[in-house]
Design a protein around this ligand. Structure first.
Ligand code: ISL
Ligand code: CA
Length: 558
C-alpha cells in the first residue's frame, strides 16, 4: 500500500466543550485547547481532530450548526481559532475539522428561508414532504427517538430529521446545496487546515421514494433507505474532484452500518472518495437485537472476528481507521477492560491493540489517562439529547427506571463527555467555575498531572506505543494474520511486511492465560518491543504464561 503521511499518523480527538475551560464559565474553549497543546505534543500525537466548534444553538453540542463559517461564541472567536491552527502547526502537528453536512441546525439561515414558503429559493435545501392521511410521510424513526419527521405549520408540510428535530437533513440531491458545501469546505481548506472528519457522511443520499419500513405501528429504523444511498458515491466523487483533490489533506468519514465491502467503495485507493471510514461493527458487539440500549455482554471471539475481518477485508484496497471509543461511546476501559482492579494493566493492553493494527489509530481525549465511565445518581445530571430522549420515551412507555439508568451507565454518550481530568484540584482543574456537566469523581487519582509525573503511567505507555509506530513502519503498514482464532481469552496476531514481522499477544481478561502457538510460523530472532509488565527473559516465545491483561509485542527477524 502506498505510503502517506496520514497512514503514519496518530490522531487525537478533542471534544472542545469538555477539554479545558480558560475563562471560568464551565465550558471548554479554544484558548483552553491552546493552553494544553504542549501536553499533546508530549504525548506525541501528529493530528488533532477537533469536534465541531461552529456557531450552534447546542441542541446536540455543536453537531447542529447554524453558521458553518463562524465560531461558537462560548468557544471563542475566529481569531482564537486562527491562533489555535498556527500553534498546532508551529508544534509540527496537524488539524482536522469536523464537517457536519448531513444536516444543519434549524436555526441556520438556509432553514429559516426554507420553511417560509414552498417556492422559496432555499426550499429544496432541505427535504420536505406532505403528510399522509394526517400523519408523517413515512414511519422512519429518528436516531434520537420519535419520528424522523417534524410538521411545520407555515407551509403545512413535514421536514426530515434523522437526528433531533433541530437538525433538519440537507437535501444533497440539490446541486445548489452541494455547491454551497464545497465552497464552505474550500474556505476552511484555504485557511490551512489539514482535513476533515465527516459526520454520518454515508447518510447523505436518501432513496427518493422514501418508503415506510414497519408494520403500521410506531417508528422504525429506515436505514436501508438512507445508509449508503443511491447517489452517495457520485456525491463524494464530486466533492473529491471539486475540493479535496486540490489539497494534500486527510479525510475520515463516519459511516454507520457499513461492511468492509461497502467501506472499500468509500476508501478504495482508486475511487477518489475518502481516505478512511469509521465503521460501527465493533461498537455494536455488545448490543442485542433491539439496538444499542439492549445491552448484552461482548465475547472476545466476536471482537477478534470483527477486527480480523476488517484487517483482511481492506488489505491492499483501502486504509483502516482504528478506534475503541469517542464522544458517542462509553469509555473503552470500562467497556472492554477493567476499570477497577486492573485499571492500568487493562488500559495498556487495549492501547496495545489499538496501536498494533493496520490503520490509523485515534485516541479520544482522556483515554490516555484511563478515564472511565461515570454513574450519576439522577437523570438530571445528564446532558446528552440522545440519552434524555431515550429516557423519557422508555419511562413514559412504562419501563423500569433502574433498568433504564443501568443502560445509560453502560452505553450513554455522557460517559465520554465528562470533563478532562487535568489534576486533583476542584473540578479536576477543568474549570474554576461550575462545569456544564459534572466531573467524574475519580479525578483525585486519575488525572493528567499524576500521569505525566509517573513513568509507569498509561500516558507514558501511549508515548512508547506512538514512538514504536514511528520507529517501525511495519506497525502501520504490515498485513494481519490472526492466531488462535477460537481461543476465548487471548487475542494474538502476526503482522508481516517484507522481512519484518511483529507478534502481538494480548490477554483480554483478569486471570492468567497460556499463549501456545499452534500455527506453523518460523520465528527467527525476537526482540520484545513493549509489555505492560516486567519481563525477565523469554527464550521460547512459542509458549508464554500471560498475567492478567498482559500485552506483549515482539519484533521478529525472519
Ligand atoms: O452512536 C450512535 C448511535 O446511537 C449515536 O450516538 C450517534 O448519533 C451516531 O453515531 C452519529 O454520530 C454523529 O452524528 C450525530 C452526533 O450526535 C454525534 O455526536 C456524531 O458523532 C448527529 O450529528
Ligand atoms: Ca470557557
Amino acid at each position: 500500500m502506498a505510503n502517506k503521511w496520514w497512514k503514519e499518523s496518530v490522531v487525537y480527538q478533542i471534544y472542545p466543550r469538555s477539554f479545558m475551560d480558560s475563562n471560568g464559565d464551565g465550558i471548554g474553549d479554544i484558548p483552553g485547547i491552546i493552553a494544553r497543546l504542549d501536553y499533546l505534543k508530549l504525548l506525541g500525537v501528529d493530528v488533532i481532530w477537533l469536534c465541531p466548534v461552529y456557531e450552534s444553538p447546542n441542541d446536540d453540542n455543536g453537531y447542529d450548526i447554524s453558521n458553518y463559517q463562524s465560531i461558537m461564541k462560548e468557544f471563542g472567536t475566529i481569531g482564537d481559532w486562527e491562533r489555535l491552527l498556527a500553534e498546532i502547526h508551529s508544534r509540527g502537528m496537524k488539524l482536522i475539522m469536523d464537517l457536519v453536512v448531513n444536516h444543519s441546525s434549524d436555526e441556520h439561515a438556509w432553514f429559516a428561508e426554507s420553511r417560509k414558503s414552498k417556492d422559496n429559493p432555499y426550499r429544496d435545501y432541505y427535504i420536505w414532504r406532505p403528510g399522509k392521511s394526517g400523519r408523517e410521510p413515512n414511519d422512519w424513526g429518528s436516531f434520537f427517538s420519535g419520528s424522523a419527521w417534524q410538521y411545520d405549520e407555515g407551509t403545512d408540510e413535514y421536514f426530515l430529521h434523522l437526528f433531533s428535530k433541530k437538525q433538519p437533513d440537507l437535501n444533497w440531491d440539490n446541486p445548489k446545496l452541494r455547491r454551497e458545501v464545497y465552497e464552505m469546505m474550500t474556505w476552511w481548506l484555504d485557511k490551512g487546515i489539514d482535513g476533515f472528519r465527516m459526520d454520518v457522511i454515508n447518510l447523505i443520499s436518501k432513496a427518493p421514494q422514501m418508503p415506510s419500513v414497519g408494520d403500521g405501528k410506531g417508528y422504525h429504523f429506515g436505514g436501508e433507505h438512507f445508509m449508503n444511498g443511491p447517489r452517495v458515491h457520485e456525491y463524494l466523487q464530486e466533492m473529491n474532484r471539486e475540493v479535496l483533490s486540490k489539497y494534500d489533506v486527510m479525510t475520515v468519514g463516519e459511516t454507520i452500518g457499513v461492511t468492509p465491502e461497502e467501506a472499500a467503495l468509500y476508501v478504495g485507493e482508486d475511487r477518489h472518495e475518502l481516505n478512511m471510514v469509521f465503521h460501527f461493527e465493533l461498537m455494536d458487539v455488545d448490543s442485542g437485537p433491539r439496538g444499542k440500549w439492549d445491552v448484552k455482554p461482548w465475547e472476545l471471539r466476536d471482537i477478534k472476528r470483527i477486527i480480523a475481518k476488517w484487517q483482511t477485508g481492506l488489505e491492499g484496497k483501502g486504509w483502516n481507521s482504528l478506534y475503541l471509543n469517542n464522544h458517542d461511546q462509553p469509555r473503552m476501559l470500562s467497556r472492554f477492560g477493567d476499570d477497577t482492579i486492573y485499571h492500568k494493566e487493562s488500559a495498556k493492553m487495549l492501547a496495545t491493540l489499538l496501536h498494533t493494527l493496520q490503520g490509523t489509530p485515534y485516541i479520544y481525549q482522556g483515554e490516555e489517562l484511563g478515564m472511565t465511565n461515570v454513574k450519576f445518581a439522577s437523570i438530571d445530571d445528564y446532558r446528552d439529547i440522545e440519552t434524555l430522549n431515550m429516557y423519557n420515551e422508555y419511562v413514559a412507555a412504562g419501563q423500569d427506571v433502574d433498568a433504564v439508568m443501568n443502560a445509560i451507565y453502560v452505553k450513554g454518550r455522557d460517559n465520554g463527555r465528562t470533563p478532562m481530568q487535568w489534576d486533583g484540584t476542584a473540578h479536576a482543574g477543568f474549570t474554576t467555575g461550575t462545569p456544564w456537566i459534572a466531573v467524574n469523581p475519580n479525578y483525585a487519582h486519575i488525572n493528567a498531572e499524576q500521569a505525566v509525573s509517573d513513568p509507569d503511567s498509561i500516558f507514558h505507555y501511549y508515548r512508547q506505543l506512538i514512538a514504536i509506530r514511528r520507529a517501525h513502519n511495519v506497525t502501520g503498514y504490515a498485513s494481519f494474520r490472526l492466531l488462535m482464532e477460537e481461543d476465548e481469552r487471548i487475542f494474538a496476531y502476526v503482522r508481516t511486511r517484507g522481512e519484518e514481522q511483529l507478534l502481538v499477544v494480548l490477554n483480554f481478561f483478569g486471570e492468567p492465560a497460556l499463549f501456545q502457538l499452534q500455527e506453523d510460523i518460523a520465528f527467527g530472532r525476537h526482540e520484545l518491543l513493549i509489555c505492560n509488565y516486567e519481563v525477565s527473559g523469554n527464550p521460547d516465545i512459542r509458549t508464554i504464561a500471560l498475567r492478567p491483561y498482559e500485552a506483549r509485542v515482539y519484533k521478529l527477524q525472519r
